[in-house]
Design a protein around this ligand. Sequence first.
Ligand SMILES: [Zn+2]
Length: 243
Amino acid sequence: MVGISAAGQVDTSGHIFHATGLLPGWAGVPLKREVEAHFGRPTAVLSDGHAAALGEAWYGAGRGRSSVLCLTVGTGVGGGMVVDGEVYRGAWGAAGIVGHTQVVRDGLPCTCGGQGCLESYVSGPALVREYNARVAGQPALTDGRAVVERARAGDPAAREALAAIGAWLGFGLASLLGALNPEVVVIGGGVSQAGDMLLESARESLRTYGFPTVKETPILPAVLGPQAGLVGAAVLAHQQKTR
Ligand SMILES: [Zn+2]
């Protein structure tokens, strides 16, 4: 049995049915079929956001919880929801596109071609934009990790920038949690390395904007790091094998 965590969106038959311009030619690849033909073994394929959620729900920060909403905040914002140990893919695999939840009508342009998506306010590039706006006149940074490092070293502008995108994260979660009501939220991805410098403002924002019955939902840091997707792919392979 082979398990794969793939970039792009994967439909329920293991086809890549959507990929951004970052991966030219990836959309349309029948990944499950091709890997099965090559290795001669049954293959389970998940999109990376779904796989990371499954990994964190089984062996990471969501372990033991009945339902987990996982967001990965990095270059973009990915996501997935796990209920009773199973990832929820939606009718054809498109569930979990939380990064493209609309948070501002006609807002900032997004990599998807839309405007006002959560990803435009919460991702690594958003963190860089928030930081550079606060230190005008200094050489601009281009990498979100550098902003996180400066925040750790005590740079007030870097800490403010993290708090700013954390507030947007909490605002986006306020909508998502009303629709989904997970037991916990897990935040992974490169930007989540900032820990409470990001998550405290997200919690505060959720308390401000969230519906009373969901606004105290715990927001936890992911624990599996970049391995979450691989762990999730292994979990899915095991689940399909034992069915
Ligand atoms: Zn978008």
